[in-house]
Design a protein around this ligand. Structure first.
Ligand SMILES: Cc1cc2nc3c(=O)[nH]c(=O)nc-3n(C[C@H](O)[C@H](O)[C@H](O)COP(=O)(O)OP(=O)(O)OC[C@H]3O[C@@H](n4cnc5c(N)ncnc54)[C@H](O)[C@@H]3O)c2cc1C
Length: 489
């Protein structure tokens, strides 16, 4: 269904691997949408509640402006989700019961790019005309990942003057410095940031809130603070040999490559270059898969991806029925580019190279077995006689994130981090008086689409709180897109 550039061609560059569907194929796919009476794709699948059947109908008829208006009524940044969302909606598509789902992610992609192509995506700033007008209230958003951008967009639309503080050199969070360009080309992100700027949002880069601007100053300058700093505390693998050169966190590695492509680095630091190296990626998720694709493009000699969990089934298991998200084996475009994927592998030691005792030379690994105990997976047990040595010059740790990083801003604001690694907040996103939190920082590491939905929901809470607390004539407008104001816990 999806179309990709040929492997041989694409691994020699970092340009996007996926292509838009040709018009006839798109039309054919759209004819399969059944416009279900109860559209699970919309109600259960999509965290943004995209009005999928109606968008499909408008797209099939070629009514792009109508399809675009429907899409933008729930999703402020469809060009981002269209490229990187795992498409939770497709897992609950009725068509997926018997055949394949309607490829809504690709439909979304087509609709938003038609919108840009037709010149329909112009800045929409709060105008001097009611109801979109400035209220005089000011908000600072800490962090410019998808959650911070969504909150900034909605608050700005609501009439609040917004400044986004970002400690990195450019906006986007993990969308810019984590996800590789071959999945999300950064011009797409830049195009969106230009729109947000033209709508009146101010971005302050290279400013770490709590360090470069104090919590006190932020409180003085702004009526509202929204914490959208992400969940970036990396999980480590603290086994013997961890100190050896050649072992890196996946996000440091991916970030270096993305910064190089963005012109932020003059050259790739040699430690992050996989050229001619045997690379082992530890961790079987999306971040690991992004490392696989990046390593091939850098010219790796061999790439392995080891996951400690068992291999997922090819089809839904009995306890994972439609319309739930199918927990099945997924093969990404990076996996199709080559390498060895193994499951049930535990790494117990990093071993030095014979030629240089300070560098990684191999991994000591064991196959593990899992058993079900009371309906849950037990602790893994080493399989008899399964020890093996995997030679490697580079190991990339893609083991996920345990929560929010220690942060001087949180300390100064007196906000503790929960044992779960999250910023504590109530069900509507309130942390304390005039302070709110959204995205991964409050939910735990998740997906961009959830971060966007949460940013919108929390902006809804901010706007409704401000409306209650200020003069009713304060000109605050509650955009319908975030009217629910219910943040996830
Ligand atoms: C390698 C990788 C691949 C991924 N692939 C996908 C994918 O394909 N699809 C998908 O849906 N999701 C993917 N994700 C997950 C997704 O990127 C995150 O869930 C999402 O970015 C979270 O958004 P956020 O805004 O909450 O936080 P983040 O994106 O983490 O952004 C937080 C921002 O806050 C800034 N910040 C932190 N502290 C401060 C401070 N004190 N002052 C100023 N700025 C600060 C950070 O620099 C950062 O820019 C991936 C994640 C990674 C790491």
């Amino acid at each position: 269904m999806s179309r990709y550039r040929p492997v041989k061609e694409r691994i020699s560059d970092f340009a996007p691997v996926e292509l838009r569907l040709p018009a006839e194929e798109m039309a054919e796919e759209l004819t399969h949408c059944q416009d279900c009476g109860v559209p699970f794709c919309h109600g259960m699948g999509c965290p943004l509640q995209n009005i999928i059947p109606e968008i499909n109908i408008a797209a099939l008829a070629g009514h792009w402006p109508a399809a675009l208006a429907l899409l933008l009524s729930t999703n402020p940044f469809p060009e981002l989700t269209a490229r990187i969302c795992p498409a939770l909606c497709e897992g609950s598509c009725v068509q997926a019961l018997n055949t394949k789902p309607v490829p809504f992610r690709l439909v979304e992609w087509e609709v938003i790019e038609q919108g840009f192509d037709l010149g329909l995506m112009t800045p929409n700033p709060p105008s001097p005309h009611l109801p979109l007008r400035r209220s005089g209230l000011k908000a600072a958003i800490i962090g410019s990942g998808p959650a911070g951008l969504a909150a900034a967009w909605a608050l700005n639309q609501g009439g609040i003057t917004v400044t986004v503080y970002e400690k990195d050199a450019q906006a986007g969070g993990f969308l810019r410095y984590g996800i590789p360009d071959f999945k999300l080309e950064k011009q797409v992100l830049d195009r969106r940031i230009r729109l947000l700027e033209a709508e009146g949002i101010k971005f302050e880069y290279n400013v770490q809130a709590g360090v470069d601007i104090s919590a006190r100053l932020l409180r003085q300058r702004y009526d509202i603070l929204v914490l959208a700093a992400g969940a970036r505390k990396k999980r480590d693998l603290t086994v013997s040999g961890r100190e050896l050169a050649g072992i890196h966190f996946a996000t440091d590695y991916l970030s270096a490559q993305n910064r190089l492509l963005a012109g932020e680095l003059a050259g790739l630091p040699p430690e992050y270059n996989a050229r001619n190296r045997r690379v082992v990626v530890i961790g079987g998720g999306d971040t690991g898969s992004d490392c696989v694709g990046t390593a091939w493009r850098q010219g790796a000699r061999a790439v392995y991806q080891f996951e400690i969990m068992p291999q997922p089934p090819s089809n839904r298991s009995a306890n994972n029925l439609w319309p739930e998200w199918p927990r099945i084996l997924r093969t990404s475009s990076s996996h199709e580019e080559g390498g060895v994927r193994r499951w049930n592998i535990d790494t117990s030691e990093f071993l030095p190279a014979a030629s240089d005792k300070t560098r990684l030379g191999a991994l000591n690994c064991t196959e593990v077995e899992w058993h079900m105990e009371n309906g849950r997976l037990s602790q893994p047990k080493a399989k008899k006689n399964s020890k093996f040595i995997q030679e490697a010059d580079m190991a990339l740790l893609a083991l996920g994130f345990s929560g929010v990083e220690e942060n001087p801003l949180l300390t100064a604001l007196g906000i503790p981090i929960e044992p779960t690694g999250r910023i504590p907040r109530d069900q509507r996103g309130r942390v304390s008086d005039k302070i709110y939190a959204c995205g991964d920082a409050a939910m735990g590491a998740s997906l961009a689409v959830r971060a966007i939905a949460d940013g919108l929901a929390v902006a809804g809470t901010v706007l409704s709180d401000c409306r209650e607390q200020t003069d009713p004539a304060s000109l605050l407008h509650l955009p319908e897109i975030c009217a629910s104001g219910a943040a996830e816990q």
